[in-house]
Design a binder for this molecule. Structure first.
Ligand code: CP3
Length: 349
C-alpha cells in the first residue's frame, strides 16, 4: 500500500528548504528576486490601472501576482509580492511608490519627534497580509513561500532621504551626527520589520528574507556599530519563529561575514563577489545567488555556461540556492528565465 506524503512533509522536503538547511538536494533550487513584476506580461495586465501600494493591499491580487512566476517557471520558491515600504504605509506613514522611481516619502524623518510619530506595527495594521499569505500557502502546496522585510538601514534611507538615493548622504549624516535620533529610528524600523515578518510566518510563510539592499554603502566598522545590532534584532525575532532567514544586500563584498553573523542561515550574494570568495567569508552557512542579472540578455549558451560556473562554485557551500545577484531587470525576456530555471533544475549534481 502506498501512502501519500502529507503536504507539510512535502514542503519540508522541498529542494529549497533542504538547501537552506544544508541537506543534500535533488537539484539546485532556484528562484529569482523580483521574479514577479514588470518583466511578465501577465503582471502588466493585472496591474493595469492599479497603483503599486494598492495592489500590495489587495489579497487576491497579491496571490495572483505571487503565483505568476511560479506557474510560468516552476521555480523552487515563491517570494511574497509586496514592498519593503508597505509596513510603513500600513502604520500610516505618508508615502507612495512612484512608477520608475520607487518609494517617495512625503515628510522625511529628521527628528526624534518624527521617529516617535511613527506607530509600531501590530497584526491589526495588516489583515490583508495575513489573508494573502494564507491564500498563497493553500495554492502553493509543496512550494515554499518566502516572506520578506526591508532591513533597518535600507528602509531608513527611504525615510530620511525622502526617496531613492545613491549616496545616502542625509541618512549617513544622521547616523554620524545625531546618534540618538538614529538609534531611535533604527529601533523603530527593526520593530516594525520583525512584527511584519512575524505576521507573514504566523500566516504560513516558510522562510524569510531581510533585504538590506543599500548596506553596501557602509564601511564594516560603521555597519558593526550603527546597523548590525538592529538587523540582528530582526533576525533574532525571525529565528525565534523557527523559519530559515536569508540576509541580502548589494555591493556587500566587505560585509558578507558580518551579514552572516548578524543571524542569517543563508547569505545572499550579489554578482560582483565571486561565490567562492563569498563562501569563504560566510563560513558554515548556506549562500544564495549570484548570476549577473544582465546575463539573461546574453546568448542562451553564454548565460547557461555562466550559470554552470555559479552552480559548480556553490558546491563548496553548506547549501546553495541559485538566484540572480539582484532583482530581475524589467526588460528581461521571460523565456530566457524559463530556460535558466530549466537549466539549473536539470544540472547534474
Ligand atoms: O518578486 C519579488 O521579488 C517580490 C516583490 C518585491 C517588490 N519590491 C515589488 C516591487 C520585493 C521583494 C521588493 C523589495 C524592495 N523594494 C527592495 C529590496 C530589493 C531590491 O531590489 O534590492 C527595495 C530596495 C524596494 C524599494 C523599491 N520599490 C524600488 C527601488 C522600486 C523600483 C522602482 C521602479 O519602479 O523601478 C520599487 C517598486 C516596486 N517594488 C516594483 C515592484 C514590482 C515596481 C513597481 C511597479 O511594478 O509598478
Amino acid at each position: 500500500m502506498t501512502t501519500a506524503t502529507a503536504p507539510a512533509q512535502d514542503l519540508a522536503d522541498s529542494a529549497f528548504l533542504k538547501a537552506v538547511r544544508g541537506e543534500p538536494v535533488p537539484h539546485t533550487p532556484v528562484w529569482f528576486m523580483r521574479q514577479a513584476g514588470r518583466s511578465l506580461p501577465e503582471y502588466l495586465r493585472v496591474r493595469e490601472g492599479v497603483g503599486m501600494l494598492e495592489s500590495c493591499m489587495d489579497p487576491d491580487l497579491v496571490v495572483e501576482i505571487t503565483m505568476q512566476p511560479v506557474r510560468r517557471y516552476g521555480v523552487d520558491a515563491a517570494i511574497f509580492f509586496s514592498d519593503i515600504v508597505l509596513p510603513l504605509k500600513a502604520v500610516g506613514v505618508d508615502l507612495d511608490i512612484k512608477p520608475g522611481i520607487g518609494p517617495v516619502v512625503a515628510e522625511p524623518v529628521r527628528t526624534l519627534a518624527d521617529v516617535a510619530a511613527i506607530p509600531d506595527l501590530t497584526p491589526e495594521h495588516v489583515p490583508f497580509i495575513t489573508q494573502a499569505v494564507q491564500g498563497l500557502v493553500g495554492e502553493l502546496g509543496a512550494t515554499p513561500l518566502i516572506g520578506f522585510a526591508g532591513a533597518p538601514f535600507t528602509v531608513a534611507s527611504y525615510l530620511v532621504e525622502g526617496g531613492p538615493s545613491k549616496e545616502h548622504a542625509k541618512t549617513k549624516a544622521m547616523m554620524f551626527g545625531a546618534p540618538e535620533v538614529w538609534e531611535a529610528l533604527m529601533a523603530k524600523i527593526a520593530g516594525i520589520a520583525a512584527a511584519y515578518l512575524e505576521v507573514q510566518v504566523a500566516a504560513g510563510a516558510s522562510a524569510v528574507q531581510l533585504f538590506d539592499s543599500w548596506a553596501g554603502a557602509l564601511t564594516p566598522a560603521d555597519y558593526v556599530e550603527h546597523v548590525m545590532p538592529h538587523s540582528a534584532r530582526v533576525l533574532e525575532r525571525a529565528g525565534a519563529l523557527g523559519v530559515p532567514r536569508i540576509h541580502f544586500g548589494v555591493g556587500t563584498s566587505n560585509l558578507l561575514g558580518l551579514m552572516g553573523q548578524a543571524g542569517a542561515d543563508v547569505v545572499g550574494v550579489d554578482w560582483r563577489t565571486p561565490l567562492t570568495q563569498a563562501i569563504g567569508q560566510v563560513g558554515d552557512r548556506a549562500v544564495q545567488g549570484n548570476l549577473d542579472p544582465t546575463l539573461v540578455f546574453a546568448p542562451t549558451d553564454v548565460m547557461t555556461s555562466r550559470a554552470a560556473e555559479v552552480i559548480e562554485a556553490g558546491r563548496a557551500a553548506r547549501g546553495h540556492v541559485f538566484n540572480l545577484g539582484h532583482g530581475v531587470i524589467p526588460s528581461t525576456d521571460p523565456d530566457q528565465l524559463a530556460r535558466l530555471t530549466e537549466f539549473v533544475q536539470s544540472y547534474p549534481l
